[in-house]
Design a protein around this ligand. Structure first.
Ligand SMILES: NC(=O)c1ccc[n+]([C@@H]2O[C@H](COP(=O)([O-])OP(=O)(O)OC[C@H]3O[C@@H](n4cnc5c(N)ncnc54)[C@H](OP(=O)(O)O)[C@@H]3O)[C@@H](O)[C@H]2O)c1
Length: 254
């Protein structure tokens, strides 16, 4: 436990597993009250119970970020339970796997609805509330090395994450005067539910051997940068898109 984020309230999307659950535990360990949201309510409810049992403050909320109209009311519920939201983590995301010639229109739309539209409207709804409460808030968007790297078979995902990186800079500019810091993290590959089907395959093993360090990352490798962007250190950091990828997006493979 640290006091870095004591008195702060965080809202995180897609907290039912993977990186979202990891960030929720990290925020809580550092003193923030945390609203954990996702579509799978039973999973975020169990996570909130875990955080409370460890001495934290938390609430679980069902939220599908593709339903833009549901985002504002979820933020209001979080505020009613925990207080005004200081930190938004736009973490919900989906893979949108498929070669461009094969990807269905529905899968393309779903990928952009979650990764781009969800990020856009969650940021907007949270920023409006931060301004109303005169909070110098923090918005951390979870982008990806896909924001700036071509990943074969993932053009829709890459396009959506490039959009997240540019939204980050646009929001940062629009809300700079109000003291809201908007930044993005671009993680390299970490084994989670979004990609665990891939690594045991021949293609997955080949890709892994092409990484300069021939390994995946751990979620904990993001902690220092994440806390910097979510905490007081981001007072003068806004519009930054920070890659933490163990060199995976460096050209030339292994
Ligand atoms: N793992 C990596 O290597 C990696 C690398 C770079 C970036 N990222 C990014 O990190 C973020 C987290 O991914 P992850 O790796 O932790 O994958 P994950 O284990 O599959 O988690 C994805 C999360 O997003 C949530 N989600 C999906 N659709 C949603 C929707 N419509 N509304 C609300 N929540 C939704 C899921 O919750 P529900 O299904 O319960 O709604 C789940 O909690 C994503 O934005 C991903 O693109 C991951």
């Amino acid at each position: 436990m640290t006091e870095l984020l004591a008195g702060r309230v965080a809202f995180i999307t897609g907290a039912s597993g993977g990186l979202g659950a990891h960030f929720a535990r990290l925020l809580s360990r550092n003193g923030a009250a945390v609203a954990v949201s996702a579509r799978r309510l039973e999973r975020v409810a169990a996570l909130a119970e875990e955080l409370i049992a460890a001495g934290g403050r938390a609430i679980a909320l069902r939220l599908d970020v593709a339903d833009a109209h549901a985002i504002g009311p979820a933020l209001d519920q979080a505020q009613a339970a925990l207080g005004p939201v200081d930190i938004l983590v736009n973490n919900a995301g989906m893979g949108g796997e498929g070669m461009a010639l094969d990807l269905s229109i529905e899968d393309f739309d779903a990928t952009f609805a979650v990764n781009v539209r969800g990020t856009y409207f969650a940021a907007r709804e949270a920023a409006a509330r931060m301004m109303a409460a005169k909070i110098e808030g923090r918005i951390v968007n979870i982008a990806s090395i896909a924001s700036h790297t071509v990943l074969p078979g993932l053009s829709a995902y890459c396009g959506s994450k490039a959009a997240v990186a540019m939204l980050t800079r646009g929001f940062a500019r629009e809300w700079a005067r109000q003291g809201i810091a908007v930044n993005a993290l671009c993680p390299g590959y970490i084994e989670t539910g979004i990609n665990d089907f891939w690594w045991p395959t021949e293609g997955g093993q080949r890709q892994l051997k092409g990484f300069p360090r021939r390994r995946l990352m751990d979620a904990g490798d993001l902690d220092a940068a994440f806390l910097m962007l979510a905490g007081p250190a981001a007072r003068t950091i806004t519009g930054s898109v920070i890659t933490i990828d163990d060199g995976q997006s460096l050209p030339g493979g292994g």
